[in-house]
Design a protein around this ligand. Structure first.
Ligand code: HAM
Length: 417
């Protein structure tokens, strides 16, 4: 019987896993200097957490969630994103009682039943952050500067920061009204989903991917024309702060995002090299969500980076070689194998990566294997070496060779590596 991974679900293998590890380690470093601590959120949650926050009439909730009843008949969902879970945890654990801001990062797999294509998977990984408790526009700017710093640190340049403000509950009603008026005489030409959205959630018509709906949106009123004074001044201050920090951006009044929880600032980092799935990271403010989940009114903001997309971009710009062993110990004879293992244990305890020839093959074939692994050094141990207490070493890059006392081998390698 032969099994394959599910459609839209991938293994991350060498050499790509090196890129992922590089991103994860840089992210941890950057998040720690900005005071974000790690939070591990569950992969499964009660379905209501997502329907309530992301929104009943969004594509994610209507079409893309992996939802199933557990054995007790409860509706469970594989998380399609991380924000809702972090908010659930923030409220459930009363983290709002701690001094603001409370700042978290997470990473792990998310699940959406989307049509797989380049840059779009059914299981994909995000690294995300969420910051609670600060309403000031400087919070938005600091978060964006952290994102830029991280993307720069991992090796990406030339990304475009697209930014918008989608207003709050105060300005939303007048914008909704304008949308309803605009689409009124186009209703019959909209796709069936958008006809439903017209009644339930007209804002969602703006991120419908159906060609004729995109066409009908050409002259749609823009949300920025409807935002209230509070949202306007918040947004202006965010932009001024970005300028001060030398972060360039593009205003994109059509950026409404596919999740209902957003208020005011929304943004995406995009790259033209990614094809149609061009957002490598995205996020925004969600100042009502903590309250909707039963906590006190708490401003919040966050973003999530798509790991597959970030890794794909990095792969184009840099070569990531697999790591290679420090030493390959080639052994001749049974006694040499056991001695080789003992020496390897000692060298490994000193932090060196050591492979030992265990399969009894000829010296030539063991040295060929050492070469294939791109090992930096080979040690050769046979009867002579065992009796003299020395090993032969060979530098596999420049072919120099010599002898070293077994007890001094680790010291020797550390001094020459
Ligand atoms: P999102 O825009 O749905 O936002 O996803 C964030 C990023 O995850 C996208 O920009 C993209 O890079 C990646 N992504 C999304 N779906 C897929 C997919 N099917 N395959 C591959 N990559 C994908 C959120 O998830 C929000 N929770 C972000 C956020 C955090 N907002 C506030 N805090």
């Amino acid at each position: 019987m032969k099994f394959n991974a599910l459609k839209g679900v991938e293994d991350i293998l060498l050499p790509d896993i090196r890129i992922w590890q590089h991103i994860e380690s840089e992210a941890r470093g950057i998040f720690s200097v900005y005071g974000y601590s790690e939070i591990r959120i569950p992969v499964i949650e009660p379905t209501g957490i997502f329907t309530r926050s992301i929104g009943e009439t969004t594509d994610i909730v209507e079409k893309e969630m992996y939802t199933f009843p557990d054995r007790a008949g409860r509706s469970i969902t594989l998380r399609p994103e991380g924000t809702a879970s972090v908010v659930r945890s923030y409220v459930e654990n009363h983290l709002y009682n701690l001094p603001a801001p409370q700042k978290f990062f997470y990473s792990g797999p998310m699940f959406r039943y989307e049509r797989p294509q380049k840059g779009r998977f059914r299981q994909f990984y995000q690294i995300g952050v969420e910051a609670f408790g600060i309403a000031a526009p400087e919070m938005d700017a600091e978060l964006l500067s952290m994102l830029m710093r991280l993307l720069g640190k991992v090796g990406l340049r030339n990304l475009n920061l697209e930014i918008n403000s989608i207003g709050c509950e105060e300005c939303r009603p007048s914008y909704k009204k304008a949308l309803l008026a605009y689409f009124y005489d186009k209703l019959n030409d909209l796709c069936p989903d958008c006809r439903r959205r017209y009644d339930n959630n007209p804002l969602r018509i703006l991120d419908c991917k159906v060609e004729r709906c995109i066409d009908l949106r050409k002259e749609v009123p823009q949300v920025t024309a409807f935002i209230c004074n509070g949202c306007r001044s918040h947004f202006d201050n965010v932009l001024a702060m970005l300028q001060l920090m030398n972060i360039s951006y593009t205003l994109n009044p059509n950026l409404v995002r596919g999740l209902d929880y957003y208020t005011s600032t929304t943004f995406e980092m995009t790259s033209e090299h990614l094809g149609s799935q061009k957002a490598v990271a995205a996020g925004g403010r969600y100042d009502r969500l903590v309250n909707e989940f039963g906590g006190p009114v708490t401003p919040a903001i966050g973003f999530a980076i798509g790991m597959e997309r970030l890794a794909a971009l990095l792969k184009e710009t840099r070569e990531f070689k697999p790591l290679s062993p420090d030493i390959f110990i080639a052994t001749i004879g049974n006694n040499a194998v056991s001695k080789g293992l003992l020496i390897a244990g000692d060298l490994r305890s000193k932090g060196l990566w050591v492979e030992v020839g265990l399969d009894g093959s000829s010296l030539k074939s063991q040295l060929r294997k050492a070469d294939r692994l791109s090992s930096h050094y080979a040690f050769i141990i046979g009867d002579d070496e065992l009796s003299s207490g020395k090993v032969k070493w060979k530098n596999l890059t420049d072919s120099s060779q010599g002898e070293v006392e077994i007890d001094k081998a680790a010291e020797f390698i550390s001094s020459v590596r």
